[in-house]
Design a protein around this ligand. Structure first.
Ligand code: BDR
Ligand code: CA
Length: 304
């Protein structure tokens, strides 16, 4: 099993990503680091505990950052609802949180104890992964790869040219992309290619209590926009880890804009080599939408 650490801000698509990652037979999720992003750190932490309790997965939870490195907090509660996971009455929490350890230290501990390379999955702002890299640069030798959902090939969903996870903390994204780590990334556009359409949501609804839970969360996503299809962005990062063959991937240079007055957080995915810089990431440029959909439903069924 591949050891994995997940940095996440649940969030509805994060919730699905966590469910799939913690139930998949090829992954061993060693640590989850909730972070401020879609909603506050207090809420993403609580949501992580709710999910792990619901799925009965006693995984270590160490809360990470409550704000970006340099910039003010901007959340996405307009998309994910006030709590980040509205609409489902989760059972009483049974999974504790380790508030005594710094997230970067906890990541270092997992990596030090592991006999195999650890995969870091980032599906929220990159603040905690950046702090970890800053504090434990030598650990990157034992990080197999960093797999991210974030950035965009073109325009953004946070700013004109910036996607939420990179746009909320551009400096952190910059640290990650200049770290020399092996990086793979599923940008916004591949998430949009793989929208979950109403027929799929209806299939998921039939999957017992898990289906019921997700269907209820989905019905609050963007205030309930089933018909236009739901963006399951973060599940794409998990698919990149578990089933990379679903994607077309291109080795390229990704530059993170940090100084642009209007463009900070933009990810320049330099597919045509304009910048003349060495490749530092593999970017997923396309996903097989039909196969992704089948994979998605099957993986959710496994969480039951
Ligand atoms: C990303 O931003 C968040 O709102 C989602 O959870 C996802 O990680 C998409 O841009
Ligand atoms: Ca997220």
């Amino acid at each position: 099993k591949k050891p994995v650490i997940i940095s996440t801000d649940p969030g509805i698509d994060d919730a699905v990503a966590i469910a799939i990652a913690t139930s998949n037979e090829t992954l061993d999720v060693k640590l989850i680091v909730p972070i401020s992003g879609n909603v506050s750190l207090a809420k993403t932490t609580l949501n992580t505990q709710k999910l792990l309790t619901f799925f009965n997965k006693p995984i270590r939870v160490v809360p990470g950052s409550n704000k970006p490195l340099l910039r003010p907090v901007k959340d996405a509660s307009g998309v994910h609802g006030k709590t980040g996971m509205d609409g489902y009455p989760f059972p009483e929490i049974k999974i504790p949180v380790d508030n005594k350890t710094l997230a970067a230290t906890a990541m270092h501990q997992v990596i030090s104890e592991s006999t195999e390379p650890v995969t870091l999955v980032g599906i929220g702002p990159l603040t905690d992964i950046a702090l970890f890299i800053h504090q434990y640069p030598d650990d990157l030798k034992k990080v197999g790869e960093i797999v991210l959902m974030g950035g965009s090939l073109g325009r953004g969903n946070f700013g004109v040219l910036s996607e939420f996870n990179f746009g909320t903390d551009p400096e952190a994204a910059k640290i990650v992309f200049t770290s020399g780590a092996q990086i793979r990334v599923a940008p916004m556009e591949v998430g949009r290619q793989a929208k979950i359409m109403p027929e799929t949501s209806n299939k998921i609804k039939t999957l017992g209590s898990v289906g019921d839970m997700f269907y209820k969360l989905f019905s609050k996503y963007r205030g309930g926009s089933f018909n236009k299809g739901l963006n399951m962005y973060d599940a794409l990062a998990i698919a990149l880890v578990i089933k990379p063959e679903l994607f077309e991937q291109v080795e390229t240079h990704v530059e993170i804009e940090t100084t642009g007055r209007y463009t900070a957080g933009a990810s320049l995915m330099d597919l045509k080599g304009y910048l003349g810089m060495p490749n530092n990431a593999r970017v997923a440029t396309n996903v097989d939408t039909k196969q992704f959909e089948d994979w998605f439903v099957k993986e959710i069924a496994k969480t039951m």
